[in-house]
Design a binder for this molecule. Structure first.
Ligand code: NAD
Length: 390
């Protein structure tokens, strides 16, 4: 029987190689002035940057530019908002990785109310955002976060009193997502691995989530299939456009799944670690994914009421192993082995490489929200996961 569920709105999605060519026409549908948010400073000197600026100019769209380096902080968003409210742009366009998309999403949300972003940030401020925003177009250039389809922007302030929290509202789902896999071919193997594992974690956590529903299940399984087929190949050969398309598709699905089913322990860790250290988000997810799932499975096997979650692990094992006719336990163990092999194959670095120390473990575990993890893990189990990847 199909149970009841609610599904959030989606952006209008333009997916496929070359879809970036439609961006100016789509933007022109919103007006004649755009605020363009990008990640690296080199974007405007790149072929992509020149093409985008030329096509926007040809449509008579005036462009103001904001560049955001690294994962966005409240200060960066507040500055961009105060400098670009008068005159108000007709549309905000963000082109880049999850950091640029989240910066653009937060800017589009803060342009109308103005003021301090922190006031509206989950777990930090106390004000409720009214939900009005300037129309927002998201153009991802990494295949990972799925931010092009989610209702939250992740904002961090890194340090001893740091945080990594979301600005969230149903209306913050981008109005349009232009997902052109060709934009990701310039990603290095390291960026491909980190963002790809963020996507893989989002898909598995949404599928295992206590909030999963039949729509997210269908999309998550399709996404997991695409990751198994495409991630190792995109890592080995970044110019393989078939593999890049597979990962862009998986990332888009992962965003839709996370927005509707929530996440689990690995994303809980990523907020706790990302608040203290500047570790790329995808690396935290990727490096902890195998061990966290191994510990999850061990805890689930202790609890015989956990048949639903174990059956889901088995389903994922069937997909990544591509074998028929085996037992449930074979697929579950095979899935965990696959994750450990993938961690090695993608050469995901341990957290110690970014300064995380053993002494940090209790603090990290205390601040790790298990979110919608299929099983409750103890502080000792959480510590075991982090310690294995220091
Ligand atoms: P990123 O945006 O930080 O980019 C990583 C690096 O890749 C940067 O140096 C960037 O300049 C570079 N880069 C981007 N596109 C490139 C390209 N095509 N070629 C070469 N280099 C390129 O990394 P990310 O993993 O995409 O995003 C991480 C951020 O997204 C984190 O802040 C994370 O918290 C957030 N996130 C948000 C959501 C959401 O739903 N809003 C979901 C997951 C993660």
């Amino acid at each position: 029987m199909v149970g009841p569920f609610i599904f959030s709105r989606l952006p209008v999605i333009h997916f496929g190689p070359g879809k970036i060519d439609n961006l100016a026409t789509i933007a022109a549908g919103y007006g004649r002035s755009a605020l363009l948010v990008t990640g690296s400073a080199s974007f405007f000197a790149s072929h992509l940057g020149e093409t985008v600026l030329k096509s926007l100019a040809e449509k008579g769209i005036r462009v103001r530019k904001v560049q955001v380096t690294g994962e966005p902080s409240p200060a960066v968003v507040d500055k961009a908002v105060s400098e670009n409210r008068a005159p108000m742009p007709d549309v905000v366009i963000a082109i880049g990785g999850g950091s640029a998309l989240d910066a653009g999403k937060a800017i589009s949300a803060m342009l109308l109310p103005g003021g301090n972003l922190k006031d509206y940030l989950e777990g930090v401020g106390t004000r409720e955002h009214p939900g009005q925003k300037v129309p927002f177009i998201a153009v991802p250039t990494t295949a990972g976060t799925g931010s092009e389809a989610t209702k939250n922007a992740v904002i961090s302030e890194v340090g001893s009193n740091g945080f990594k929290k979301s600005l969230r509202h149903e209306n913050f789902v981008p109005d349009v997502a232009v997902v052109d896999p060709l934009l990701t071919v310039t990603c290095s193997p390291e960026i491909t691995a980190a963002s790809g594992m963020d996507c893989f974690t989002q898909l598995t956590e949404a599928y295992l989530s206590t909030k999963a529903n039949p729509m997210t299940d269908a999309l998550a399984l399709k996404g997991i299939e695409a990751v198994a087929r495409s991630l190792p190949e995109a890592f080995r050969d970044g110019k393989n456009t078939g593999a890049r398309a597979g990962m862009s598709f998986a990332a888009l699905l992962s965003g839709i799944c996370l927005a509707n089913a929530g996440l689990g322990a690995v994303h809980g860790f990523s907020s706790a670690v990302g608040a203290i250290y500047e570790v790329p988000h995808g690396i935290v997810c990727g490096t902890l994914m195998a061990k966290a799932n191994e510990v999850n499975v061990r805890a689930l096997r202790r609890d015989r009421s956990a048949d639903r979650a174990l059956a889901r692990y088995s389903e994922m094992g069937k997909i990544v192993l591509g074998e028929e006719g085996r037992t449930e336990d074979y697929y579950i163990d095979g899935f965990i082995d696959y994750l450990f092999r993938l961690t090695d194959e993608l050469r995901l670095p341990p957290l110690g490489r970014f300064g995380v120390m053993k002494a940090d473990i209790p603090g990290i575990c205390m601040n790790t929200d298990l979110k919608n993890n299929p099983v409750k893990l103890t502080q000792e189990e959480l510590a075991e996961i982090v310690e294995s990847r220091i």
